[in-house]
Design a protein around this ligand. Structure first.
Ligand code: ADE
Ligand code: ZN
Length: 339
């Protein structure tokens, strides 16, 4: 049945790519419980409802503490497969046909789970998703920025034997106090290995962190980028260089990066001619997948249909897909936009 709300109907039928999704952040409370039981891991909650009630955050660190705790139930290759497969089914339901997902190997290796166990499970689901759901993918390994440069180098070394299966590196976790400059050398090595590069910057951190991500890490995309808007020259630079920003509206709201959805930076980003995209970040924790993020921000900012189409187009032109693939998706968007 088509949605009677024309804006929601357009969002539903547009093909979309998701460029900012932490696979561990798609661990729904029900699966957290199932995996805890399957693996005999104790969790300090009595029900999925109790888990959801605990998801109240006043900043990024509040969330990260719970996010890392949630990961403790992920132990086997099958766990990582199940997690990723559940996400792909949700993505398919939202008409997402390309995903570039993050994973946090250090969140697992530091608990004694082998790098290959994580990668094998995630990749098996991604391959099955490509074959059975028609969802293409790229896989981006993130360095946890609260850990040391040495740790990041060790993680890159662990990834090297698997490199054709990993397409890029990212930078996530606690932003304040951990500037991109801390990872300049490890990103240089990743680029030399032919990996794509992106980094979280300007979510809580100042505009200088966004400048550093561009100048020192030489990133192709900025994840979030909210606080770049505080610096006019930086904003103009992001526009001129057509750097893609992966905005995450529900995440921003739930982590108190913005006081209300009407303050989402998406409006200012569009007005400034920036290539912004809409993403779910950690949907199990923030209350919605891609379409819910589109709907909420489009309603709060009263976005036009043309702006919604632009956001969907940006998700492909900002992706790591080859231009020919991007063009095929853009043609499908044009067709879907005509209704
Ligand atoms: N890891 C998972 N979600 C994150 C976010 N929104 N910011 C930084 N690190 C994260
Ligand atoms: Zn993120």
């Amino acid at each position: 049945m088509t949605n009677p709300d024309p804006r929601a109907a357009l969002i539903e039928r547009l093909p979309k790519a998701e460029l900012h999704l932490h696979i561990e952040g798609s661990l729904e409370p029900e699966m957290l419980f199932d995996l805890a039981a399957r693996n005999g891991v104790a969790i300090p909650f009595a029900s999925a409802a109790e888990v959801r009630a605990a998801y109240s955050f006043s900043n990024l660190q509040d969330f990260l503490d719970i996010y890392y705790q949630g990961m403790s139930v992920l132990l086997t290759e099958q766990d990582f497969f199940d997690l990723t497969w559940a996400y792909l089914l949700r993505a398919r339901a939202d008409n997402v046909c390309h995903v570039e997902i993050f994973f946090d190997p250090q969140g697992h290796t530091e608990r004694g789970v082998a790098f290959a166990t994580v990668l094998d499970g995630i990749e098996r689901a991604l391959k099955q998703g490509e074959a059975e759901l028609g969802i293409s993918y790229r896989l981006i390994m993130c360095f946890l920025r609260h850990l040391s440069e040495d740790d990041a180098f060790a993680t890159l070394a662990a990834a090297e034997p698997h490199l054709p299966r990993i397409h890029g590196v990212g930078l996530d976790s606690s932003e304040l106090g951990h500037p991109p400059s801390k990872f300049e050398r490890v990103f240089a090595r990743a680029r030399a290995l032919g990996l794509h590069v992106t980094a979280h910057a300007g979510e809580e951190g100042p505009p200088e962190y966004v400048n550093e991500a561009l100048d020192l890490l030489k990133v192709e995309r900025i994840d979030h980028g909210n606080r770049a808007l505080e610096d006019t020259a930086l904003t103009q630079r992001i526009a001129a260089e057509a750097i893609t920003l992966t905005a995450c509206p529900l995440s921003n709201l739930r982590l108190c990066v913005i006081p209300e959805m009407a303050q989402s930076p998406v409006r200012q980003m569009l007005d400034a001619g920036l290539k912004v995209t809409i993403n779910s970040d950690d949907p199990a924790y923030f209350g919605g997948y891609v379409n819910e993020n589109f709907r909420t921000v489009a309603d709060a900012l009263d976005l036009s249909e043309a702006q919604i189409v632009e956001l969907a187009r940006n998700s492909f032109t900002g992706s790591f897909l080859p231009i020919t693939e991007q063009a095929r998706h853009l043609a499908e968007i044009d067709q879907a936009a005509r209704g």
